[in-house]
Design a protein around this ligand. Structure first.
Ligand code: SF4
Length: 309
């Protein structure tokens, strides 16, 4: 077994033109050297269009770092008004650069396997993750195409994990077991796994200090009441309305961030609950997607949170 993933992973399918929050806008897409090389060697008018849509920054390497230059409205120059990608339509999926090809998948490499998953910033993946009602189980996706995708499985050395790695993943697996256990409210399971948690006032302070990419996200967290205890947020987590969604979300954070530990998973879950409590009229999917895009998908924001934990 070289690649594993939650059982919903192979069911993911990009909804392309039907996507309300396309990932082909607002993010600057870096083009990996192998793909850029391919673009440089393509011939014909479309190849010219690709090349004229790319900028290369001097990053000290021989080839520089290439990326698509976003249009003034923040959309990728290959994205059509109907939400489809000109690059795929003209040259097929194999012409995509690595970032576009892999999104929204993530890969956590271990000594003896790679753990694959889907990220919450994509609305199709988000729907799948939040509403998954068949329990949490890891499946072998080693030979499942395109589930294991184009990850180079030779990068998995299949070695025995060292003591630290074993400890970290045992703690993570144990935390997931606690999260799934019955007989305790979810808020109690979260506290058991995460330990001490910030208050909403403290979390709001942290959120305000982070880098925010969208005004929607600022609007969402600015409505949080800076209350000195977690009562309201726990009510949201333990309520019937979003029971499945909060459980799935907690497991997602635990699975995705084994090295950061249960505390990060607990704080991200509580940030979501703070926002849901403060925005009763907003769809939970919009809140989770905004949190994921603005907080989770920013390495510096996650580092910042970790430095305060
Ligand atoms: S966000 Fe997800 S569903 Fe939307 S265009 Fe990107 S990959 Fe497809």
């Amino acid at each position: 077994m070289k690649a594993v993933a939650p059982s919903y992973y192979p069911l993911f399918k990009c909804i392309a033109g039907a996507c309300r929050h396309t990932c082909c806008a607002m993010w600057e897409v870096d083009i990996d050297p192998a793909t850029y090389d391919k673009y440089l060697n393509m011939r014909g008018p479309f190849a010219e269009r690709i090349r004229s849509s790319v900028a290369v920054e001097d990053d000290g390497s021989e080839t520089g770092e290439a990326h698509f230059v976003l249009r003034p409205d923040g959309r990728c120059p290959m994205l059509r008004d109907d939400g489809l990608c000109d690059l795929i339509l003209e040259c097929g999926e194999s012409s995509l650069c690595r970032v576009c090809d892999e999104h929204p998948r993530f890969f956590n490499f271990r000594s003896d396997r790679v753990e694959c998953g889907l990220g919450l910033s994509c609305e199709a993946a988000l729907d799948l993750i939040l509403n998954w009602d068949k329990g949490f189980e890891l499946t072998d996706v080693t030979s499942m195409s395109p589930a294991s995708h184009d990850i180079d499985l030779d990068m998995v050395p299949e070695e025995e994990p060292d003591e630290l790695e074993t400890e970290v993943y045992q703690a993570r697996d144990n935390a997931i077991k606690i999260a799934l256990s019955r007989g305790m409210r979810l808020s109690e399971r979260v506290m058991k796994v995460a330990g001490d948690l910030w208050t909403p006032a403290e979390r709001l302070e942290v959120l305000k200090s982070l880098e925010s990419l969208s005004s929607e996200w600022c609007g969402i967290y600015n409505r949080i009441e800076a209350s000195p205890d977690n009562t309201k947020s726990f009510e949201v987590i333990d309520g019937d309305r979003y029971a499945l969604q909060f459980l799935n979300l907690f497991i997602y954070f635990l699975y995705r961030y084994p090295w950061e530990g249960g505390r990060l998973a607990g704080e991200l879950l509580l940030m979501t609950a703070d926002c849901v409590a403060a925005n009763p009229g907003t769809d939970i999917r919009d809140i989770v997607r905004e949190l994921s895009s603005n907080v989770e998908y920013s390495d510096c924001n996650i580092d910042d949170i970790m430095s305060r934990i």
